[in-house]
Ligand binder design. Structure first.
Ligand code: PLP
Length: 356
């Protein structure tokens, strides 16, 4: 860790840790929070020095712009602990850069790299004991920026808060995943904010997702907003489709989040000699492949769930089952990416980042 900012980060420690109350063998996802958080305020036109304080409520004026105009962006990352108790992050600078890409789109101030990285590392070193070592668990990290300035005027805030909170977490999904290919609603549009990790993108997804849940599905597969013919994302994950032995995923665009898991999977798959095509893929092509018996797999990819195999999809009032595969690409790629993340294999792409 460089010492540009970290020496100046003030630390207020919690009086008594809550860690004894946590059962690390039964961790839910994102519902338990560690003892401390990092807070950094944007005021007077610049980011002030970050502070580490006990995890606590935030007090805001009812006119705070976050409540009215939704200026809010976030990231999702994980910290992993290996058998030597060393702490690892996975491509954290990509999260740092993407947070700023999102912030810029929402007219929010970008955060210097040193504030993000040194703040994160200082927090993780303090919260070291909160990083689970139980299988399939990790410390989920949620960095976010929101508008904390006041006023009902519809204009960007003059004050913001950057916070990093941590949550020791188990797996994101359990059980089977049945998805509905969306034919009416859209997650994002050309010229919009779909490529940003903006809170409002999720708010807009909940209603159509609830409608799908009422019909017996778990998630929505987003299609393009103009024709609803091309497959774009799986809920809050990028999507991969295997036809024959070729893995296909949509190209990133204004409408699609440039996922770090997605681009890592593309790299690993190609390295393994798997044919990967980055191109538009239509519902029609998928249904036809299914009818011809060559649709082998569909899976979602993202930090929280890593890889989530899809068991079935619904389209125009009909359900299509995917075959159960012994040696699926999903299982193989999931093992390879998590082995890198947990420091169980060689890191030939230089993705691991040690926190010391
Ligand atoms: C966060 C997110 C992803 C996955 O990105 P990762 O960097 O792999 O975690 C995919 N789609 C959407 C809409 C997201 O918000």
């Amino acid at each position: 860790m460089s010492l540009e900012v970290s020496q100046k980060i003030s630390v207020e420690k919690i009086a008594k840790s809550k860690i004894d109350q946590v059962d690390f063998n039964e961790l839910p996802f994102g519902q338990i929070y560690s003892d401390h958080m990092l807070v950094c305020d944007y005021e007077d036109g610049k980011w002030q020095l970050p502070k580490i304080v006990p995890y606590q409520n935030i007090s805001l004026d009812p006119s705070a712009k976050i409540f009215h105009y939704g200026q809010s962006v976030f990231e999702g990352m994980k910290a992993y602990k290996d058998e030597q108790d060393d702490i690892w992050l996975f491509r954290p600078l990509d999260n740092q850069k993407r947070l700023n890409i999102s912030a810029k789109r929402l007219a929010m101030p970008e955060l210097p790299e040193s504030y993000f990285m040194e703040g994160l590392e200082a927090l993780l070193l303090l919260e070291k004991d909160w990083i689970p070592t139980t299988k399939n668990s990790s410390l989920y990290i949620r960095p976010f920026i929101f508008a904390s300035g006041n006023g009902f005027h519809a204009s960007p805030s003059d004050k913001y808060k950057f916070i990093i909170a941590c949550s020791p977490s188990g797996p994101y999904f359990g059980g089977e995943l049945k998805v509905l290919i969306e034919q009416k609603y859209s997650r994002s549009a050309n010229g919009g904010v779909g490529y940003a990790k903006a809170g409002g993108n999720y708010a807009g997804q909940f209603y159509p997702t609830n409608l799908a849940i009422q019909k017996g599905y778990h998630q929505v597969i987003w299609t393009d907003d103009t024709t609803h013919e091309n497959i774009e994302e799986a809920g809050a994950m990028n999507i991969f489709i295997r036809i024959g032995d070729t893995l296909i995923t949509a190209p990133t665009s204004d409408r699609i989040l440039d996922g770090i898991t997605r681009k890592s999977i593309i790299k690993i798959a190609k390295d393994q000699g798997i044919a990967v095509e980055i191109r538009n893929i239509s519902v029609h092509e998928i249904v036809e492949a299914h009818n011809n018996g060559i649709l082998k797999e569909m899976f979602g990819a993202g930090t929280a769930a890593v890889i989530s195999p899809i068991d079935a999809f619904g389209y125009q009032d009909k359900d299509y089952m995917l075959p159960k595969m012994e040696d699926s690409y999903a299982n193989k790629l999931k093992k390879q990416i998590t082995d890198i993340q947990y420091n169980k294999s060689e890191d030939k792409f230089g993705w691991r980042y040690g926190v010391k």
